[in-house]
Design a protein around this ligand. Structure first.
Ligand SMILES: Cc1ncc(COP(=O)(O)O)c(C=O)c1O
Length: 358
C-alpha cells in the first residue's frame, strides 16, 4: 500500500469507481434511458422560465414547492417525500443513514450494483439471495427464509429489477413487507413499464416501507438527475439528516415541474415504448443464437448461446450499436442487456444482432 492509499478507509480501497463503458455509437441502447425527449415548443416555453430564474441564488435546502407538487401528483403528503439529485444520490445518502459496520443488508442477486457498492462502503454485511438461474426470478420462500434467518436491518428489493428485467409479484412484496422487522426498500425505477402496481398507495399500511422512484426512465429526464423516496414521515425525517444539502437545483425543479403538468406526453412515450417492447420481443424470441427473457421493464436481457459474448458486443459496436455487457453479474454469464429505443433504432439493433449471431 502506498502512503496516499494508507490515508483512505480500507472499504474505499476495496471498491471500484462506477463505470459505464463509453463508445461513440449512433444507436445508444445501454443505459435504459427513454429514447424520447420533449417537443421543441415545450422546451422553448421552459427556456423562458429558466432565463427568469435567479441563477445567483441557492435553491431551498429541501425544494418545498416542488415537493408539494410532487406530493399532490402521487397522493402522499409532503413529509412523505425526500428528493435527491437522481436516485443514485438517495441510495448513497440513505444507506449511510441506516447501515453501520457489520450490520446486515439483504440484497437479491443480480440487482442494481450500486446497492452492494454503497453497503460495502458502509462496511455493512451483505446477505445475497440468488435468483433462479433458469428463470432469473426471485423465489418468495427463499427470500422469506433468509429474512427470517438473518433479520437484516434493511432489505432491498428492486422490482422490476435491473439487470434481470423481472419483477417480484405484488403479493410477494406485500408478504415480505408483512414479515420483515427491518426496513424494506423497494426500488421502483421501472414501475411505469411493469405489470405490478406501485406500492405508493400502500404506504400507510407499512411503517417499514421505503420506495425509491426516479425521473430518469419513464419521465425521460435522466439528464436532470432527479429521484425521490416515498416513506413514512418518521423515516423521511431521519433520512433528511444525511442528505447532501442543495443538490436539487432550481433548473431541474423548473423543468420537472413543467413536465409533471404534461403527463399526457409522459404517458404517450411510455405507451410507445411498451408497444415497441412487444414488437421487439416477438422478433428476438425467434432469433436462433440467443435466448431472450420476457421483460417487465423497458429493456431486455438475452443470453448469447454460441458466439463469444465479447465478440458479439464488439460487432454490435462496429455496427454503431451500444448495448450493455452484464455478463459479470451473478447468474448472468453470457448475457447482454439492451433497452427499447425508437422504432428505427430497434430495427437497426434487430437486423445487426440477427446477422451477428446467425
Ligand atoms: C434499479 C435502478 N435504480 C436506480 C437507478 C438510478 O437512477 P437515477 O438516474 O435516478 O440516479 C437506476 C439506473 O439505471 C436503476 O436501474
Amino acid at each position: 500500500m502506498n502512503p496516499i492509499e494508507s490515508l483512505f478507509r480500507p472499504a474505499v480501497l476495496l471498491e471500484h469507481e462506477y463505470k459505464v463503458t463509453e463508445h461513440i455509437c449512433q444507436v445508444k441502447l445501454n443505459q435504459n434511458e427513454n429514447p424520447y425527449s420533449f417537443p421543441a415548443e415545450l422546451k422553448a416555453e421552459i427556456e423562458a422560465d429558466l432565463l427568469n430564474a435567479a441563477w445567483n441564488r441557492y435553491p431551498t435546502v429541501f425544494p418545498d414547492h416542488f415537493i408539494a407538487q410532487l406530493a399532490g401528483h402521487f397522493g402522499v403528503l409532503p413529509e412523505n417525500l425526500l428528493i435527491g439529485h437522481g436516485s443514485n444520490e438517495l441510495i448513497y445518502s440513505s444507506l449511510w443513514a441506516i447501515l453501520g459496520h457489520g450490520e446486515k443488508i439483504l440484497i437479491p442477486e443480480p440487482s442494481f450494483s450500486l446497492y452492494k457498492t454503497v453497503a460495502n462502503l458502509c462496511e455493512a454485511l451483505v446477505v445475497p439471495v440468488l435468483s433462479n438461474p433458469e428463470t432469473l426470478k426471485m423465489d418468495l420462500a427463499e427470500l422469506a427464509t433468509e429474512i427470517h434467518r438473518h433479520q437484516p436491518k434493511l432489505t432491498i428489493l428492486c422490482s422490476p429489477n435491473n439487470p434481470s428485467s423481472q419483477r417480484i409479484p405484488y403479493d410477494d412484496l406485500i408478504s415480505l413487507l408483512k414479515m420483515s422487522e427491518g426496513l424494506v426498500w423497494v426500488d421502483e425505477a421501472y414501475i411505469e413499464f411493469s405489470e405490478n402496481q406501485s406500492l405508493v398507495d400502500r404506504l400507510n399500511e407499512f411503517p417499514n416501507l421505503i420506495i425509491l422512484r426516479t425521473f430518469s426512465k419513464a419521465y425521460g429526464l435522466a439528464g436532470l438527475r432527479l429521484g425521490f423516496l416515498v416513506s413514512s414521515a418518521e423515516i423521511i425525517r431521519q433520512l433528511r439528516k444525511t442528505k447532501v444539502p442543495f443538490t436539487v437545483d432550481e433548473m431541474s425543479q423548473i423543468i420537472a415541474s413543467k413536465i409533471l403538468k404534461r403527463m399526457d406526453l409522459v404517458d404517450r412515450n411510455v405507451e410507445l415504448i411498451k408497444t415497441e417492447k412487444a414488437r421487439i420481443f416477438a422478433i428476438l424470441k425467434d432469433i436462433k443464437g440467443i435466448q431472450v427473457f420476457e421483460s417487465d421493464t423497458n429493456f431486455f436481457i438475452f443470453k448469447v448461446l454460441k458466439n463469444p459474448l465479447k465478440s458479439v458486443f464488439a460487432n454490435l459496436v462496429s455496427e454503431g450499436i451500444l448495448v450493455r455487457d452484464v455478463s459479470s453479474y451473478t447468474n448472468l454469464s453470457g448475457f447482454l442487456r439492451v433497452n427499447v429505443g425508437t422504432p428505427e433504432e430497434n430495427d437497426q439493433f434487430l437486423t445487426a444482432i440477427k446477422t451477428i449471431v446467425s
